[in-house]
Design a protein around this ligand. Structure first.
Ligand SMILES: Cc1cc2nc3c(=O)[nH]c(=O)nc-3n(C[C@H](O)[C@H](O)[C@H](O)COP(=O)(O)OP(=O)(O)OC[C@H]3O[C@@H](n4cnc5c(N)ncnc54)[C@H](O)[C@@H]3O)c2cc1C
Length: 137
């Protein structure tokens, strides 16, 4: 079966990793000449966003995909200011921070590192392609 993934953002890269783990080698099309975000910034992943599935998203990702993601830092304190209240939440792990950008340790580059070498070359070769699900080769 041939699989095409449109976009090498977090979803496309994660889908690529998981598909490869299941024996598929998808074609990943990306319209930009780079993967992940162009500019560096910090993103966060709060454990509370994952209630219902798991309170430990990184462990869940490792268990279900065998992919180990390294965060920049553990978040242990969250301070919320508003006009009506001021709350400080502390816990052993509230969530994690990540770098998004072109750095080797960015989340996108970590996912890219889990895509096999042959796929990585094909991915670069196919950059700058604006793909549409309506087009057929
Ligand atoms: C300002 C801001 C702050 C955020 N902060 C956080 C945060 O702190 N924590 C968090 O978890 N989430 C955060 N998010 C949300 C997070 O960035 C998105 O949920 C995530 O990036 C979505 O990933 P994606 O792969 O679905 O889409 P994207 O990251 O948008 O990737 C889509 C990719 O597809 C490519 N593409 C699109 N169309 C085509 C086409 N036709 N052909 C080829 N390529 C194509 C694009 O170039 C892009 O690379 C934030 C979002 C914004 C805007």
């Amino acid at each position: 079966m041939k699989v095409a993934i449109l976009g090498a953002g977090m979803s496309g890269l994660a889908a690529g990793v998981v598909l490869e783990r299941h024996g598929f080698v998808p074609d990943i099309y990306e319209q930009n000449s780079f993967i992940s975000d162009h500019y560096s910034h910090i993103g966060v992943l709060f454990n509370m966003a994952y209630r219902g599935t798991t309170k430990q998203p990184l462990k869940y990702i490792k268990k279900t995909t065998s992919v180990e993601i390294s965060p920049l830092e553990k978040i242990t304190e969250l301070i919320i200011h508003s006009n009506s209240y001021h709350v400080t939440i502390t816990n052993e792990i509230i969530g994690y921070s990540f770098i998004h950008g072109q750095e080797p340790i960015s989340l996108g580059n970590q996912l890219l590192g889990h895509i096999k070498k042959s796929k990585f070359l094909a991915l670069l070769a196919m950059m700058n392609v604006h793909a549409s699900y309506r087009e057929r080769p």
